[in-house]
Write a protein that binds this ligand. Structure first.
Ligand code: NAD
Length: 499
């Protein structure tokens, strides 16, 4: 087994600076008001660096830098821009373990995830958009004998991006890669719970990205996020976070008539049809793995399959086998490559999850496994760990309707197809869903009938760069990933020419 050394100790891949300022115009810039806040590692519950506490003045400075950089970056030949993104991807790849350990220390998620998923996917996103932008073409059509209609793509200019704490680097890159490929300059605000790994990334890319093309202002939501999202000097705001915050972002954006992309909350159903249990084979085994996926990333995933819907005829058996699977999950030191479930990202999040576990019990739901804080040994005792928890209850309960954002699964049964669809869609949200069935027709039909932007069939938690991702209903507006993202970061210019 491999256990990575803790940052700051001998042999560690990462050395965090004792203090991070903002990253503006390609250099460190102290906050105008001179204030900093502590960044705590969820792995051991202790502060490890302090970070600039940004305000409107810092956002203004970052916007100045972005406006200065945007024209040249927007006019850089596409092939050259693409090359910059490839260089970014290469640099990240050369430093994959270092970035993975930084992300784990900042967020609490296991290194096996940050190495194999978070950072690996982020690298591929840069490569994907570096390729996509080169393949993009305008259109030209002859309207009549003496008129031609041309369509061109232009960058929007300067855009704002605000990200959450559950996948700090990956959510940053989902937003940065298409925006940069399309020729925009960016001001990004990371989440206050997990600012450090993005700053490590900025430092790593300092000699590759032209100064001012990416600017990062740290700080809290209302102090730093709001002045960014409501600034008349951005041409778009992209946001990932809670649905309640998304409503505010739309209000701010409405003042300036700018487009929004919102990736918000979810309460995704994971549906198991009865033929799943027709044989005790590798398919059934894969379905059980799918059942346990609610604990991936400690449940801090907007698409967390937090509701399992199981057909009545196989309910008892699949639930019993699923709970056994959950009991076998390894929770522990996130720096250990064998660890499957790590720490929640913050103490606030830990407390929120524990309070939902109480709510579930009060509502009369039954705890089948977990249901408490997990206190690890030694110096990780103060870390923010929750045992993966499975509840049995009814879809009307709060633990089935409200986003917990923790390793908490709520399980209920359905009778037939119509009941499955009605229960799956009985939610405010519509981000992700899982369907497990051997019968391809049934699976396909369910995939079409579920009101969600992403439905995984006989798999879950796969996020390729070329597949569109986003929500129906209160889960958001717009999509991320896929070629279509380029349109979200570009103006379309139509030129009608007569001669
Ligand atoms: P949050 O909305 O509290 O914070 C997200 C970001 O918004 C942070 O950077 C925060 O500082 C900033 N912010 C907060 N208030 C703001 C304001 N008034 N103006 C401007 N910025 C503000 O969400 P969170 O708790 O950090 O993240 C968890 C949420 O994110 C969950 O609800 C989850 O479902 C969602 N999420 C969605 C997706 C998706 O793609 N749909 C992905 C990841 C997370």
């Amino acid at each position: 087994t491999t256990v990575y050394a803790q940052p700051g100790t001998e042999g560690s891949k990462v050395t965090f600076k004792p203090r991070y300022e903002h990253w503006i115009g390609g250099q460190w810039v102290p906050p105008v008001q001179g204030r900093y806040f502590e960044n705590i590692s969820p792995v051991n519950g202790k502060p490890f660096t302090e970070v600039a506490r940004g305000t409107a003045e810092d956002i203004d400075a970052a916007l100045d830098a972005a406006w200065a950089a945007a024209p040249a970056w927007g006019k850089t030949p596409v092939a050259e821009r693409a090359l910059v993104l490839h260089r970014v991807a290469d640099r990240m790849e050369q430093n994959l373990e270092m970035l993975a350990v930084a992300e784990t220390w900042d967020n609490g998620k296991p290194v096996r995830e940050t190495i194999n998923a978070d950072i690996a996917l982020a690298i591929d996103h840069f490569r994907y958009f570096a390729g996509a932008i080169r393949a993009q073409e305008g259109t030209l059509s002859q309207l009549d004998d003496n008129t031609t209609s041309y369509h061109f793509h232009e960058p929007l200019g300067v855009v704002g991006q605000i990200i959450p704490w559950n996948f700090p680097i990956l959510m940053g890159v989902w937003k940065l890669a298409p925006a940069l490929a399309a020729g925009n300059a960016v001001v990004l605000k990371p989440a206050e719970q997990t600012p450090a790994s993005i700053m490590v990334l900025m430092e790593l890319l300092a000699d590759i990205l032209p100064p001012g093309v990416v600017n990062v202002v740290n700080g809290f939501g209302v102090e730093a996020g709001k002045p960014l999202a409501s600034s008349p000097r951005i041409r778009k705001i992209a946001f990932t976070g809670e649905t309640t915050t998304g409503r505010l972002i739309m209000q701010y954006a409405s003042q300036n008539i700018i487009p929004v992309t919102l990736e918000l909350g979810g309460k995704s159903p994971n549906i198991f049809f009865e033929d799943v249990a027709a044989a005790q084979d590798s398919f059934y085994d894969k379905a059980l793995e799918g059942f346990a996926f609610f604990a991936l990333n400690q449940g801090e995933v907007c698409t967390c399959p937090s509701r399992a819907l199981i057909q009545g005829s196989i309910y008892d058996r699949l639930l019993a086998d699923g709970v056994e699977r959950v009991k076998g999950m390894v929770q522990g030191n996130p720096l250990d490559l064998d660890t499957q479930v790590g720490a929640q990202a913050s103490n606030d999040q830990l407390q929120k999850i524990l309070s939902y576990i109480d709510i579930g019990r009060q509502e009369g739901a039954k705890v089948l496994v977990g249901g408490e804080r997990n206190v690890l040994d030694g110096d990780l005792a103060e870390g923010f760990y929750v045992s993966p928890t499975v509840f049995e209850g009814e879809n009307s309960m709060r633990i089935f309707q409200e986003e917990i954002f923790g390793p908490v699964l709520s399980v209920t049964r359905f009778t037939d197809y119509a009941d499955a669809m009605a229960t799956a869609n009985d939610t405010l949200y519509g981000l992700g869903a899982g369907v497990w069935a051997r019968n391809g027709n049934l699976a396909y039909r369910a995939g079409r009938d579920i009101q969600a932007g992403r439905v995984w069939v006989n798999q879950y938690h796969n996020y390729p760069a070329h597949s569109a991702f986003g929500g129906y209903k209160s889960s958001g507006i717009g999509r991320e990933n896929h070629l279509m993202m380029l349109d979200h970061y570009q103006q379309t210019k139509n030129l009608l020419v007569s001669y």
